[in-house]
Ligand binder design. Structure first.
Ligand code: GLP
Length: 248
């Protein structure tokens, strides 16, 4: 199913949807072995990353020239805290795909000068030749990365004040301190990706997906900015895609 620059796939299970997402990413890497892949953290892409690791282990594509860019990161957590996006990505992406430091672009959540850290990532992204594919999840409030609903968005990498729903994100359950800020790529960085893969699974994502499908582009729902992109592939499970039933 396709509308404008969006292509929709609705799969009957998270497993099937994740396999589809992983195979699209593997295909991208086969086509361009030195692809730069932007990766979200969170529960949504976990199975996709596991599948990508399996495909790599089976030599279905070569990982030795792939680069990875981290979409976002929580601030106010100690180094090596298991709740950071860095720990998540190390476990699910960087170690399984054996991504070395020189092929990784990632916010350092220990940076004392966070603005300089944002500038460093922005420069690295610019020097990299651009993101080939971005694997994104969507927040229940419509955030993408940590671009939160607001009166205005920030185009480039920036320090984000987290929305209350984001402070309650499952990744932050059990942290010693309350996390209120993060580092994130901005919508310009994200929309600069040549291709975007938007994943959404579960009933709790049905409402944000319904809102996305209204096609109203507003800073109060940052995911709506994806409508400005030319090549977005949405992969949903049936629960998240409930509002698509009539056809998009
Ligand atoms: C968090 C993460 C994002 C993620 C989003 C959705 O804010 N920092 O990278 O895409 O929430 O998370 P989940 O997939 O767990 O619903």
């Amino acid at each position: 199913m396709s509308t404008e620059a969006f292509t929709f796939h609705v799969d009957s299970s998270v497993d099937k949807a994740s396999a589809r997402a992983a195979s699209l990413v593997a295909e991208q890497i086969r086509r361009k072995p030195d692809s730069l892949i932007c990766v979200a953290s969170g529960s949504t892409p976990t199975q996709t990353y596991a599948n990508l690791g399996e495909l790599a282990a089976e030599n279905r594509y070569a990982v030795d020239r792939v680069s990875i860019a981290k979409l976002d990161e929580w601030l106010e957590l100690p180094p090596d805290d298991p709740h950071t996006c860095e720990s998540f990505l190390r476990q699910h992406v960087l170690e399984p795909l054996q991504i070395r430091a020189d092929r990784y672009i990632g916010f350092d959540n220990q940076a004392t000068d966070t603005l300089a850290e944002c500038r460093r990532i922005e420069t690295e992204l610019q020097n990299s030749g651009g993101i080939d594919i971005a694997i994104l999840g969507i927040g229940i409030n419509g955030h993408i990365g940590l671009n939160e609903p607001a009166a205005y968005l920030q185009a480039g990498c920036h320090v984000a004040d987290l929305a209350p729903t984001t402070v309650g994100h499952s990744m932050l359950e059990g942290t010693a301190d309350r996390v209120t800020r993060g580092l994130t790529m901005g919508m310009r960085d994200i929309l600069g990706a040549r291709r975007i893969l938007l994943l959404a699974f579960g009933e709790h994502k049905a409402e944000p997906i319904r809102e996305l499908l209204t096609k109203r582009v507003t800073t109060q729902f940052p995911a709506s900015f994806l409508w400005l992109h030319q090549n977005v592939t949405c992969i949903f499970d049936q629960a998240a895609a409930a509002s698509l039933a009539g056809g998009a």
